[in-house]
Design a binder for this molecule. Structure first.
Ligand SMILES: [Fe+2]
Length: 243
């Protein structure tokens, strides 16, 4: 994609509409970049490091499969229900993504099973192919955040979009949901994270909130945690000083 002055820009500050994609796509970008960097630096002579790195890749691929499935089932279905064929572009890209995800899983398995002296080219192949997949995904997500969001906003009210998103989240595997929360904490800005957690506080029981905050806290430095704690009405831990 060539970025020009006329390229579509997704700006949360220009509108107050419900943005189905913003938080999860920020989380997925952070997860993809972090995983790519880990594969780039993996010690292929260290079985433990190799296994841990490939286990992380397995989790990334699980997240991406889940993401495609849920966008198909809830978001694309909503678009198609009121504007037939309007989700075709990204639905077609999802088919290609699932094939790429399967190919990356095969490459990871080949690396996992290889003898030490066979690993260098396999590790480099996996790193480069994951990078290319991420590049495609970045353009895909931008299209969703601009074109698909414009379609959703034309077809649905914010209350309806909130309801669709709620059904999608309720359908997520608990492990995926927990891990996503951690990546959102790492990826969102303070205002977005506070908005997310305050929304959860309105609906989640206390024990679920405690578990959620336990997932979030290790992903924030002391200053960011203190800022979030103030925003959601919790006292920051003793000794934490907010700038
Ligand atoms: Fe998508």
């Amino acid at each position: 994609m060539e970025l020009t002055a006329t390229a579509p820009v997704a700006s949360a500050s220009r509108h107050a509409r419900h943005d189905t994609y913003r938080n999860i796509h920020k989380a997925l970008r952070a997860l993809m970049f972090d995983t790519l960097a880990r594969i780039g630096r993996v010690d292929i002579e260290d079985r433990e490091d190799l296994d841990a790195t490939l286990a992380r890749l397995d989790r990334l691929l699980a997240h991406l499969r889940s993401h495609v499935a849920h966008e198909n089932e809830f978001i694309h279905a909503a678009i198609e229900a009121r504007r037939p064929s309007a989700a075709q572009t990204t639905a077609g890209q999802h088919v290609e993504h699932l094939a790429s995800i399967a190919a990356l899983a095969d490459e990871a398995q080949a690396l996992r099973a290889a003898a030490v002296d066979q690993r260098p080219p396999l590790a480099l192949r996996l790193y480069r192919h994951l990078a290319l997949f991420i590049a495609e995904n970045l353009e895909h997500m931008h299209f969703e955040e601009t074109t698909n969001n414009a379609t959703l906003w034309a077809l649905y009210s914010d209350a309806e979009l909130d309801e669709i998103h709620g059904r999608l989240v309720a359908h997520l595997d608990p492990r995926i949901l927990t891990e996503v929360l951690g990546w959102m904490a790492a990826a969102l800005n303070p205002q977005e994270l506070a908005e997310l957690v305050i929304g959860m506080q309105r609906e989640a029981p206390p024990e679920a909130m405690r578990a959620a905050l336990a997932e979030i806290r290790p992903r924030l430095d002391e200053r960011c945690w203190a800022r979030l704690a103030r925003a959601i009405g919790l006292p920051p831990a003793p000794g934490l000083v907010e700038a």
